[in-house]
Write a protein that binds this ligand. Sequence first.
Ligand code: SMO
Length: 744
Amino acid sequence: MSRISGTTSVRREDDALLRGQATFVDDLAPAGCLFLCFARSAHAGGVITRLDAEAARRSADAILILTGGDVAALGRTSVNPLVPGLSAHPAPLLAQDRVLCLGQPVAAVVARDRWAAMDLAESIGVEIAPELPGPCEALRQTWSQGDTLAAMARADHVITVSVQHALLAPMALEPRAALASWDVAAQALTVWLPTQTPHRARMDLARILGLSPDQVRVIAPHVGGSFGGKASLYPEDTVVALASMRTGRPVKWTATRSEDFLSATAGRGGRLSARLGVMADGAFVALEAEGAFPLGGWMPFSGAVPARNAGRILPGPYSVPHVDITVSAALTGHAPVGIYRGAGRPEATLLMERLVDEAARTLNIDPVALRLRNVRTRSDLPAPTASGDILDASDFPGLIATLRRSAGLRGLRREVARLRARGTLAGLGMALYAEPCGHGWESAAISLDPSGAILVATGSTSQGQGRETAAARIAAGALGCAEERVRVVHGDTALTPEGIGALASRSTPIGGSAIVKAVRLFLRKARALAATVLQAEPRSLVRNAAGWVTTTGTASLSWEALAQAALAPGVRNKGLATSARYEAKGEAWASGAVVATVTIDPDTGVPTVGQIVWIDDAGVVINPVLLEGQLLGGLAQGLGEALMERLVHDPDGQLLTGSLMDYRVPRAADIPPARIVSRPVRSRMNLLGAKGAGEAGCIGIPAAIINAIHDALAPAGVSRIDMPCTAQTIWTALQAQAHKGEAR
Ligand code: SMO
């Protein structure tokens, strides 16, 4: 049940998606298309002692075999140097003399179909002398403000918390895939890729393959989810492109689910600990926080983001005068870790919210009152954070007040008390979050089509979250025309201006603002042309749903007629083609407040989330149905993180959760009753006043659930429980506590 107001429009994507008519990369099969498979490292690191492709080469099925030597001269995928002093560890396209991690591609084989290619890949002999990677730190960043040491010494209480995040699989419905087609005559490469960042992929592909960017076109057709896992170009994508260039034929690779578990980017995995200095009256005075993050065997483009985000967001919504924060990240032997829905924000939020709830327990202060005592107030914001970022306009006291009202907090607490009185383990947990989302630039282009349709090309792409519907709404709103008149083009580097893409909750705030900016420029041109056609003063024209009309109402010009005029011979700027690059003046920060109740079966440890109430501030809401979809999807993944999901490696680095039989993702029946209320505060940072929404559920929900579980387990003496809070984890903790009691 949600309370999000505004006008809803039906998602234009859904007809094709629901009828199974959408085209994903694996659905594309150009004539003569070959299939590529990878032979991968079975070890978490080591030296390649033998690489025997002879049997594969001799096979009648083999069309092309590539090994490390074939790609040694080519470039590597790029790493965003976000953190000062970062040592980048990009991956070669195929392993060279050593393997960097489990699942790293060692060889690629091309055959006429997937099955022949799989057999060929199996026939490649790879021997590796395993060598687990030693500690290798790639980045470290610190932020500090005030004199934390002195303030901590003066504090009446010092609250300590540590949190271990499980390594997670981003788990898009559609696995990774790539289809490349090299046009020998035109010396041009087209790559179909389920990517969040087509333009970046194009630049990277061109650089690595030694082509000029205008020889490369990247097309993201329908994409079946991404969640950060498709934000960066993979070595595999580039090998597929190279194979097409070598064979002169289209080449396709589609990852199996197991291949993605093994080698697609993972998320989270950080270990964070912190100390919060609190005065007797509840005032937070000092925060010391440290986070250590795993990177996997090599770094994707956004490899530094989770650690950096987790550090720079602290202390989140709270005002803490003295702060020392350190984050670091080091190479590890599993698949690379990249951004995954939330990317550092869930880590910062959980750490802070655990501290606050523990402080409330220690000081015996109501956790709601303690939060109200320490949150930044509406009039404080926007304001700089400890990391020097600017925390956007938000209303944390307002979120808490709405949460109190909507959740009926007093009633929920009575219910928890009643359950406890009956001997049930029950708890209530709360979380606030402040979530930076959407900064930097994005592009948009507008033009009139001969039919009078208005074409909107956006740099933001779509992965099923409804970007076309959102872009049409934003453009139509700025144009003052019907949404049906707007046609949205995205995900094709040949048809859209250079842009960034869909990630970091930026598509609406930044991509949307770029559309608004382009529309404004376009309308100036449209007005001038309409005035010429109507022989009127430009200023005397107003827009209505059909097109342009003079203020006196004596003459009008439809969009159709204007399109004809804009395409007439002699017109220099055909279709009034307009493009814009919008750069936000700052980062939009979404925020929210969540409460969750949990009961735990003391005999089995099974946790059950009773209820979730969530007040969300995503800034100005563009389309309630899209917002609700994003929030609910994030809620589901946040719940999975808290209770179920974990990539497990054994001490040798072998993956024990390589399929959906072993890695538990939430299903529809796992989703508890949730009440979502939108309480927007306009962002001061972009033209739309919008903030992000897609990642919020992964940020606020786990913190509230984990706090509720700790609240439920506290009476049983369990003070720390790591994610995922499975029945097994909880039962083991309860047993340990019970036996400790016996021993005394
Ligand atoms: S984790 Mo996102 O796709 O920036």
